[in-house]
Ligand binder design. Sequence first.
Ligand SMILES: [Zn+2]
Length: 406
Amino acid sequence: MKYVILIGDGMADYPIPERGGKTALQIAATPNLDFVATAGVCGLVKTIPEGLAAGSDIATLSILGYDPAKYYTGRGPLEALGMRVPLEEGDLAFRCNLVTVREGKFADYSGGHPTNEEARGLIAALNEELGGSGCEFYPGVSYRNILVLKSESKNNIFAGAKEIGGAPPHDIIGARVEEELPREGVLREIVLASREIFGKAEKANLVWLWSGGRKPEMPAFSGRYGVSGGGSVISGVDLIKGIGRCVGLEAVEVPGATGYFDTNYEGKVENALRSLKERDFVLLHVEAPDEAGHLGEIDLKVKAIEDFDALVVGKMLQGLEQEFADFKVLVLPDHYTPVSLRTHTREPVPFAIFSSPQAHAQAHAQAHAQNHFDEIFARQCSLAAGRGVLDARAGDLMRQLLKEER
Ligand SMILES: [Zn+2]
């Protein structure tokens, strides 16, 4: 049996008054998602536990059946692992944004989206001035970089740092830097030093350190819920690759997987199908619908969902049918990213699970009563089946995926 999870990041949304009260999923033409919802099991699942921030890190851990309250140690270490930054026991890894400050206030969380080359230059300058004393900067993609405070460095002036960092920079635009800075300690020193080092830079003129933590210790995914043949993760986003690596999944590098609207959908699906010849599980993540949600662009979000449906869900189902006798496919968003709010929210999300081959007969029988995969239909299913809302972090969703009967 092959198991596939397809995540359309941030697809879930609120009813949009200007569009007749429909959600983005309801507006989008999604024949393949609809097929899964019609032929398979559908419902609602809670992916963001109480008290934790709504985001892909927390949601993806939950979906895989790892309780974030127990295993999450910060975004920094997960992204570092996704970038193959070596982390040893005791090292602290932080997200290190390049940001723009004007008149003492945060003006841009992304430092004007520097090119990778520009960012590399700035990161090299930081390493030159501050590196070698237990403080290492690693360039990532554009403004998204990593700082590691080593625990074992001989002349480590940063030993004992326990800070987890500042607020997420996208949440403090307009705030005064001085008010957001830690009062004392090494993180304050590094941020202030970056201002000196970047001196003349116009766009990215400060680093901001946040969501730091140590490498999380998580039990392997293989064997945990009965998927024994190993697995892979495919995503354009370092955070998701890092989560995969942390639980022993192989992070498959796909050329052109950008985490943006121009991502290489075809390459992702090809690699997913290829990896299933050797392993039993794959998680394929597409970032684009979330980006559209953050931009507040409803048409772009509908297009991103339609691309996900046709180029990922459709192609994946086709490929699976050709290559494998027995497979199960779970489709879902990780969280809501309503275009009206342009940020994540924590409502339970719709999911659907297709199981081969018994679903074929069902699909035939229901061909004339086509259901639509969306928030409202999923709620009806949850109620009708008496299942209620599943709790992903408790492993409910993984158990539902692995269930033998339908
Ligand atoms: Zn997002």
